[in-house]
Design a binder for this molecule. Structure first.
Ligand code: BTN
Length: 328
């Protein structure tokens, strides 16, 4: 843990009360001047820290800016968030995370950006990524699983994202196969996983997660194919990005551990519990080829299983749209 993180940890334990400069310097084993420099650098990145002679320092407010040390300080995880890298602006967090994966960065590294100027969506689409409002995250994992099982990890991020939105904000977040999170039928989050490997060996997987947290209605592009929303629009008030990202990383960490210990089945069952489509009639668009059927669930490969008049259909890729039930 670096000095800034340790100072933040002291502030957190003190819950808004003063910590003397003497105590900080003793606890970090550095001079009072070095403490003052660290306090100044924390202020530079947006921390509101009060300094009072003879009392010391007091954390008044943390920035809503995403700061690696702040996220990590309260993160009690095994793997996810071992390293948290935050940037004001990136082309895409997935692009940087892939580069880090190629360079051998450790499993659990998280890349976050305040804004993306080339955010990547599924099927070559772009992902709207304005500054200061949303969450754009990419998580580097190196599971020892065969490459053909890597798509199962999309379900880990889908369940974690939907459950975090539902539990933290009391909102009915649901998953839509393969990688959308919806509230009231409107898309609130999207997932884009990328992988690198050879025929028999997986090198790494990147879980790319975009969550519309505090985005306003007028920030969505008119041309958005599917109706979209944000957590704030659904809830009627702004939400904390910092609290959300910590909760999400914790949730991914524990689901990932469950997946590694017990395999895909418990994750698949949690996913089905978050999915309204099971039992519903849907239309699947596979690049212009349409199929209709009733959703039975997902199989061990993460394929969507449909009952159709011609028998069972396994769908590996495509856009799913619920169909209205026929009038009784
Ligand atoms: C989709 O089309 O639904 C997937 C959207 C995925 C967006 C996230 S934002 C963080 C990460 N970085 C990217 O460039 N894309 C993913």
């Amino acid at each position: 843990m670096d000095s800034r993180t340790r100072i933040l940890e002291l502030f957190r334990r003190r819950e808004g009360r003063f910590v003397s400069g003497e105590e900080i310097s003793r606890s970090l084993g550095v001079s009072r001047t070095a403490v003052w420099k660290q306090i100044r650098s924390l202020r530079d990145i947006g921390y509101d820290i009060e300094a009072v002679t003879s009392k010391g320092y007091r954390l008044v407010q943390s920035p809503e800016r995403l700061v690696g040390e702040e996220i990590q300080a309260a993160l009690d995880t095994e793997t996810v968030g071992r390293k948290v890298l935050c940037f004001d602006e990136l082309d895409s967090t997935n692009v940087l995370a892939c580069e880090l994966g190629d360079k051998g960065e450790p499993e659990g590294t998280v890349v976050l950006a305040d804004r993306q100027h080339a955010g990547k969506g599924r099927l070559g689409r772009s992902w709207e990524s304005p500054a200061g409002v949303n969450l754009y995250a990419s998580i580097l994992l190196r599971p020892q699983i065969p490459p053909w099982n890597a798509p199962q990890l999309t379900f880990v991020s889908a369940v974690a994202t939907a459950e975090t939105i539902a539990e933290m904000h009391d909102l009915p977040a649901r998953v839509k196969w393969p990688n959308d999170i919806l509230i009231g039928g409107r898309k609130v989050a999207g997932l884009l996983n990328e992988m690198s490997g050879e025929s028999e060996r997986l090198n790494y997987v990147i879980l790319g997660i975009g969550v519309n947290l505090n985005m306003d209605a007028d920030q969505f592009p008119d041309a958005l194919r599917n109706p979209a929303t944000s957590v704030a629009l659904a809830k009627g008030e702004a939400v904390s990005r910092l609290a959300f990202v910590r909760a999400l990383l914790k949730s991914i960490d524990s689901l990932y551990a469950l997946y590694l210990e017990q395999g895909f089945d418990p994750v698949r069952r949690r996913w089905e519990a978050c999915c309204d489509l099971v039992g519903q009639r849907v239309e699947v668009d596979q690049q212009g080829r349409l199929a209709c059927g009733t959703v039975r669930g997902v199989d061990a490969d993460g394929a969507l299983l449909l009952d159709t008049p011609a028998g069972e259909l396994r769908v590996l890729a495509g856009d799913v749209r619920p169909l209205k039930r026929p009038e009784a």
